[in-house]
Design a protein around this ligand. Structure first.
Ligand code: SAM
Length: 347
């Protein structure tokens, strides 16, 4: 039984439990949003995400199988998770992606499935993803200059990515959000052109501060551009931005260029952490429940499944893990022990 407030009175009355008791951490934050890394593989090698050399990928047998993944998603749905984000690595290189989305969306309570992607393959698969139940996409787009794009992604084709983005828009994988990691000396001079995409299109262009994850600490140290600096650049070109209300739990602070169809957002994990509003945990492609993006604190779920644990035991482990979710990351204190790179965690 849960207690609810009767609409016609101020009394608290018990009603039959129709919704699950949400999984909360020790600070009272309810977790309802699961970010799932479908793979640590990627068809790009972005400079702020992967080191130039020495990248190691998980052996296939260490990755969750489709059945293990679907079972875990069903258990998270039972715990009251409503929102899933598929990421990676690059989620579109995961075999059986369309079928996985269809099966995830079939769980009662899973209201929204979104995906973070580089869009390279969307030109081919966007209609199938939409038909399977994918709601929307976030697309990484750091530059509009094809030569620069090739450098920042270490080989990526801008024309195909743009086609993918337009395909996603055409089939209604919307509202579309674009992510640019701003790196000094690489794309910081282009933030105005990226923001200008929102003048005519109802997209949200988001500027991310680069985080010092495993393998890219030096790129962070040399390349960090704070959100304040990016905002100042935009305001120098477009005039003062207008604030826009963002949904609770949204890590972005959202603004609009006056008169624009879309919005711009700033995600500032380094200069203005949003840990207080965190409602998310992550499932890595090798089956660890990762409690905080930037802390090397994980709960082993894959071995529990492979050891024959029943659903009740797995649910208990997930709840207990969430309870000890750290309050926030330790970047301000100089703690950079993330243990894995972004592509290995699921950005
Ligand atoms: N391959 C997909 C893509 O490109 O969107 C999904 C995975 S990617 C790791 C997810 C997001 O993480 C992207 O928007 C990317 O820009 C962001 N990202 C990667 N490394 C980052 C870093 N060091 N700091 C901040 N954001 C980062």
């Amino acid at each position: 039984m849960v207690a609810t407030l009767a609409p016609e009175s101020t009394a608290i009355v018990p009603t039959p439990a129709r919704t699950p008791t949400l999984a909360r951490d020790a600070y009272g934050r309810a977790m309802t949003y699961l970010r799932i890394s479908l793979t640590d593989r990627c068809n790009f090698r972005c400079v702020y995400c992967m080191p130039a050399i020495g990248m190691k990928f998980q052996p296939r047998d260490e990755m969750l199988t489709d059945e293990e993944l679907i079972r875990l998603v069903g258990l998270f749905a039972l715990l009251g998770f409503t929102k899933l984000r598929l990421t990676g690595g690059e989620p579109t290189v995961r075999p059986h992606l369309v079928d996985l989305i269809r099966r995830m969306k079939a769980f009662p309570g899973i209201d929204e499935i979104s995906m973070t992607t580089n869009a390279l393959l969307l030109g081919r698969i966007a209609p199938d993803l939409k038909a399977a139940g994918l709601n929307r996409v976030n697309v990484s787009l750091d530059t509009l200059d094809p030569a620069k794009f090739k450098l920042m992604t270490r080989g990526g084709r801008f024309d195909l990515v743009w086609q993918g983005l337009e395909a996603a828009d055409a089939v209604g994988l919307t509202p579309i959000k674009l992510n640019a990691v701003v790196v000094r000396g690489q794309n910081d001079h282009e933030v105005g052109d990226l923001a200008a995409l929102t003048l005519k299109r109802p997209w949200q262009m988001r500027f991310l501060e680069i985080m010092p994850l495993e393998g890219v600490g030096a790129v962070h140290d040399e390349g960090l551009v704070t959100s304040a600096e990016t905002q100042a650049r935009l305001e120098a070109r477009f005039g003062p931005l207008e604030p826009v209300d963002a949904p609770p739990g949204d890590p972005a602070r959202v603004w609009r260029i006056p008169g624009a169809a879309g919005t711009v957002g700033f995600i500032s994990p380094v200069s203005a952490p949003f840990c207080a509003f965190c409602n998310r945990v992550r499932l890595t492609s090798d089956g660890k429940l990762r409690l905080c993006l930037l802390r090397n604190d994980e709960i082993e779920l894959r071995d529990l499944l492979r050891g024959g644990a029943d659903d009740a035991a797995v649910l208990r482990e997930i709840r207990a893990g969430i309870w000890r979710k750290p309050w926030g990351h330790g970047l301000a204190e100089g703690d950079r022990n993330t243990g894995r790179g972004m592509s290995q965690i699921g950005g």
